[in-house]
Design a protein around this ligand. Sequence first.
Ligand SMILES: [Cu+2]
Length: 503
Amino acid sequence: MRRTAALTGLASLAALALAGCALIPGSVTSVDEPEFTNELAIPPLAPSRVVDGTRVFSLTAQDGVTEFRPGVETETWGFDGSYLGPTLRAGRGERVTVEVTNDLGEPTSVHWHGMHLPPAMDGGPHQEVEPGATWRPTWEIDQPAATLWYHPHPHGATEEHVYRGLAGMFLLDDDASRAADLPQNYGVDDVPVIVQDKVLDEDGQLELSDDGSEPGTLGDVVMTNGTIGAYQEVTTERVRLRLLNGSTARTFQLGFPDREMDLVATDGGLLDAPVRLDHVRLAPGERAEVIVRMQPGETTRLHSFEADLGGVVVPFAMGANDAFDVLELRAADELAPSPEPAWQSSAHAARDALHEDDAAVTRTFELDDRKINGRSMDMGRIDEVVDEGSTEIWEVRSIVPMPHSFHVHDVQFRILSIDGDGPPPELAGPKDTVYLEPNRTYRLLMRFDDYTNPDVPYMFHCHMLLHEDEGMMGQFVVVEPGQEAGTPPSRGHGGADTHQGHH
Ligand SMILES: [Cu+2]
């Protein structure tokens, strides 16, 4: 059911270069919703119940109809609703179970992006949930407070499932985050902001181009939490925006035209200290928490500026010339005071810390058009075998002049260097996904603490979802030192033996 692309990757880039700007589908230079008159939808906090000390959530993937535009019914997918899903929230040290039920007409899966957990609970392509089945992963939250998210990961269909609307946030808390001087009133001054771009056809239906052209579908409509032209009322001096690029292909460069913001957290949690920035670049899958200062009675808009994609060819075709207003903030005439952002490190900080001196293994990953180290994803092949307890350096480089976004499951990594230089402040915190500027070497430091399983792999892949679906993914297992990797089943999405329902 996947596309049969006549042109992929570099071939399509060459075609684009010849075709010229006017013929590029999805290429826009500026899109301004004239009116920001729709109140921002805030995903509800998911209800949970505690059973034998375990916090139990339920999510049902389903199809439905969403009115992105008044009076226009768009067919969409969502969790427990027609589009996106509720926000899951849990604290460090808690045991959680999520009952994932698939009410779609085809297999899907739910991956807990950024979560440290056993591979069989990870929700990758080896944990597909059949239509009508319920999957019940359970694990202990054992990592710092962070803005994580969840989304499907069925091999070959991830782009479509996410694009149709299957995604949500998973917020983690810990002692440091609870005690922090940071806005933390969910939906009031601590606001989830899932940014996505879409193409709506003339009938108002979601359009996913199937010609395989780079870098995947770039939309000319931007929505936040599924709201087009959204505004958020602000009633405090500072507001915390938990930014998630939930798009399938587009890299956003988010900021405000009239003020700086304080970056306080990246993918895996809080930075050492706030960093003042004009804007932050987010590739698909990346997150950033920013604090925005507001004056009484004023209005401003979060904007996506023309993105610096760092040496890609035909940058306009990759969306680099596009600019969008994203979200309007409207301050009340009187604002409640907010503290200057500040926090102490957590009780677990020393244990969590990564040390370059501990790294005994260096692996190299070269990303080209759709392959990693010259190989295309094979569900039956283990690409890397990692010893439990080991600290490793992964040297990752895109060797083609096109955008990629590198994501590693199971761990949060630290960027040691980019072409030998230390990372900029916005890339110095905990990360699980990183935009790769072409032809630069990113040295990533990570540690694989536990959860050995020679038979069930974790994934590493490009988070530009067309690339992932077309094979830009590999598998690693964590084993006891000396143990050999097993052989995972090679079946894939839509295969004959995909029965993974765990009733
Ligand atoms: Cu890619």
